[in-house]
Design a binder for this molecule. Structure first.
Ligand SMILES: NC(=O)c1ccc[n+]([C@@H]2O[C@H](COP(=O)([O-])OP(=O)(O)OC[C@H]3O[C@@H](n4cnc5c(N)ncnc54)[C@H](O)[C@@H]3O)[C@@H](O)[C@H]2O)c1
Ligand SMILES: [Zn+2]
Length: 366
């Protein structure tokens, strides 16, 4: 597989993307130019630094100063308290308007570091070096950054596009299988939403994808990443088509909130969110055969079971979802494979009934 290179145009300019085996080496000159003469604040976690930190070492010499800032693993990094800690560390270590932030980690690190970069001194430039499949195909693309509140996921954030995104698939070699699976869910999501050929590609190569073979992973990842980039480009402010990327996320986020961001990974929660979307869609246009096909594919992932949750908590979390509008929650539902639509005005009664039935048996064919 060759390296995939594409641009994403947005209102603040353009972001370059390099994705595939050897992306870090291929991007070395661009990264060096971006860091030259600056203080680089590298935001990462102990685990990622321990496993993959050596891959960044060749870049350190390009910056005038190289300051590594460690944050907690996973969703625990996405809090205002951690963000404040970073701002204060940056201020204490001489951070300036022309400093740079480099996010080196999964989607949690990227969301946090981008938010921190976007607000520090009203915004400093940043780079994304995503180290999980999920971040390479989804989270690192599109300039959305945020931290969570206990009440709502991604509740406080901003749009702040990175200068570049380096998706080095070689970094995925140390990724635990469950994290790979979690990322594959976002690949399946974007395939169900926009590209039935990609869905077929995932179906046929699933064992190699789950096993972490770099070539099929890079092929699926680059296709998924481009689909995301195209959706973002078409709709930078998320008023229209970009919302379609939230397929599976209305219920997925509600599950994450109801579980206190524990016990299910983001991608795992989205997988259950996708199952729920299939359920609602099956009551509308989606043919039972097509819903069954996606359900079978999700079934092959070997997801952890959905923890028991009171329906009332999930429903309350759906209502609080930041995408809930005055007119009610907008659901993103497949009409057929590769084509999703926004469905508004699904009644509270139907949602309550479907959520209840879903929590009892998420895999049941409705
Ligand atoms: N901004 C967006 O548009 C967007 C889109 C999708 C998801 N997200 C966010 O992304 C987050 C999830 O990201 P994620 O799935 O990458 O999880 P994550 O960032 O929590 O990382 C998962 C785990 O993998 C470990 N890890 C990371 N890279 C590794 C590597 N190369 N080898 C070994 N271990 C490694 C981390 O230490 C962590 O424990 C969620 O907060 C979600 O809301 C944001
Ligand atoms: Zn997601």
């Amino acid at each position: 597989v060759s390296l995939s290179r594409f641009q994403l145009r947005h209102p603040a300019g353009e972001t370059w993307h390099l994705l595939g085996p050897g992306a870090l080496t291929a991007a070395a000159a661009e990264i060096a130019a971006f860091l030259a003469g600056r203080t680089a604040f590298v935001v990462s976690t102990p685990r990622v630094l321990g496993l993959q930190g050596h891959r960044l070492a060749p870049l350190a010499g390009a910056a005038a100063r190289w300051e590594v800032l460690e944050v907690p693993e996973g969703e625990e990094a996405k809090t205002l308290a951690v963000a404040e800690g970073l701002w204060r560390a940056m201020a204490a270590r001489g951070g300036k308007r022309d400093s740079r932030v480099l996010a080196f980690g999964g989607g949690s690190v990227g969301d946090l570091a981008g938010f921190v970069a976007g607000a520090f001194l009203r915004g400093v430039g940043w780079l994304q070096v995503p180290t999980t499949l999920l971040a390479q195909v989804d989270a690192a693309i599109g300039g959305k950054t945020a931290v969570d509140l206990p009440e709502t996921k991604n509740a406080v954030g901003l749009f702040h596009h990175p200068a570049g995104v380096v998706g080095e698939t070689g970094l995925l070699a140390t990724l635990p299988p469950e994290e790979r699976r979690s990322g594959l869910v976002e690949v399946i999501k974007v395939a169900v939403a926009f590209d039935r050929n990609l869905l077929e590609q995932v179906e046929t190569t699933l064992p190699s994808l789950l096993a972490g073979e770099e070539e099929p992973l890079a092929a699926a990842a680059s296709r998924a990443a481009r689909l995301k980039a195209r959706a973002v480009e078409a709709d930078p402010a998320e008023a229209g088509p970009r919302r379609l990327l939230n397929l599976g996320h209305t219920l997925g986020h509600a599950l994450e909130v109801a579980l206190g961001y524990r016990r299910l990974r983001h991608g795992e929660a989205v997988a259950y969110g996708l199952l729920f979307a299939l359920r609602l869609a099956g009551r509308r246009d989606l043919a039972p055969g097509e819903a069954g096909r996606v359900r079978r594919l999700l079934g092959r992932l070997g997801l952890p079971p959905l923890p028991r949750l009171p329906a009332a908590e999930v429903i309350a979390a759906i209502a609080r979802d930041k995408k809930a509008r005055e007119g009610g929650v907008a659901w993103i539902l497949p009409r057929r494979l590769g084509h999703v639509v926004v469905v508004e005005g699904i009644g509270d009664d139907e949602v309550r009934e479907e959520v209840g039935a879903f929590l009892d048996d998420p895999w049941a064919e409705p």
